[in-house]
Design a protein around this ligand. Structure first.
Ligand code: CO
Length: 232
């Protein structure tokens, strides 16, 4: 008996070919996606399925908590290939509510090796703690999921790959979205960056949508304004 997944695959390939006889031969020649998706590895957030896209239409990179770490050669190489070779026009950083990685980072829960990876989400929490601490625990989880996306959009935009692409006039937009496991809907966090000049203003406007608590207002939140390298 073949494995259930192999049986499923046979049925899928047969149905696909029946609906569009040239589908596989066309795709085998080349991929020409307009979109790149950077999302969480969570099994409930499959890029193609929730956006109604076929194979060949979206170039995907996923990891725990949809992070784009400055020195992550895996993520950066994927972005570079997408931008410089495939010429994608849109990159979506997509978080999701109920993200176990974000929850662990928020509450300091120990998972294992991933704790070290999730320190990057803890950095986001610490940076914006004045905008988080006055919220209920459930609200904090949702807001940190959103803030983490906003931070990663900034990280993509400030990468050499995107800075160089914009520098030579290539049109590529970086968007931040968040997905609801409860309703299956994507929400645009309105932090789209399309040129070098966008980055600091778009980031600041997005983060300022989350009000500081009373204590934060008194103490100030200098960390918020320290975003971006000095050259921008
Ligand atoms: Co997740």
């Amino acid at each position: 008996m073949p494995h259930r997944l192999l049986t499923n695959n046979r049925a899928w390939a047969t149905a696909k070919k029946a609906a569009d006889p040239g589908f596989f031969t066309r795709l085998a020649k080349q991929q020409n996606p307009r979109y790149m998706w950077i999302g969480c590895a969570d099994s409930r957030v499959p890029a193609n399925e929730i956006t109604g896209l076929d194979p060949g239409e979206v170039f995907v990179h996923r990891n725990v908590a949809n992070l784009v770490v400055h020195s992550d050669l895996n993520a950066l190489s994927t972005v570079q290939f997408a931008v410089e070779h495939l010429k994608v026009q849109h990159i979506f950083v997509v978080g999701h509510y109920g993200c176990a990685g974000v929850r662990a980072a928020l509450h300091g829960l120990r998972i294992g090796l991933a704790d070290n990876w999730l320190r990057h989400v803890q950095d986001v929490r610490l940076r914006h703690r004045r905008r988080l601490e006055h919220l209920s625990p459930a609200q904090q989880e949702d807001v940190l999921c959103e803030m983490n996306v906003i931070e990663q959009v900034g990280n993509v935009a400030l990468s050499t790959v995107i800075q160089d692409a914009w520098g030579r006039g290539q049109a590529v937009a970086v968007h931040g979205w968040v997905y609801g496991l409860q309703d299956g809907l994507l929400k645009d966090l309105d932090v789209t960056m399309e040129r070098r000049e966008d980055v600091v203003a778009k980031f600041g406007a997005a983060i300022k949508r989350y009000p500081r608590g009373p204590e934060g207002a008194a103490a100030g939140d200098a960390a918020d304004s320290s975003f971006g390298p000095g050259v921008l």
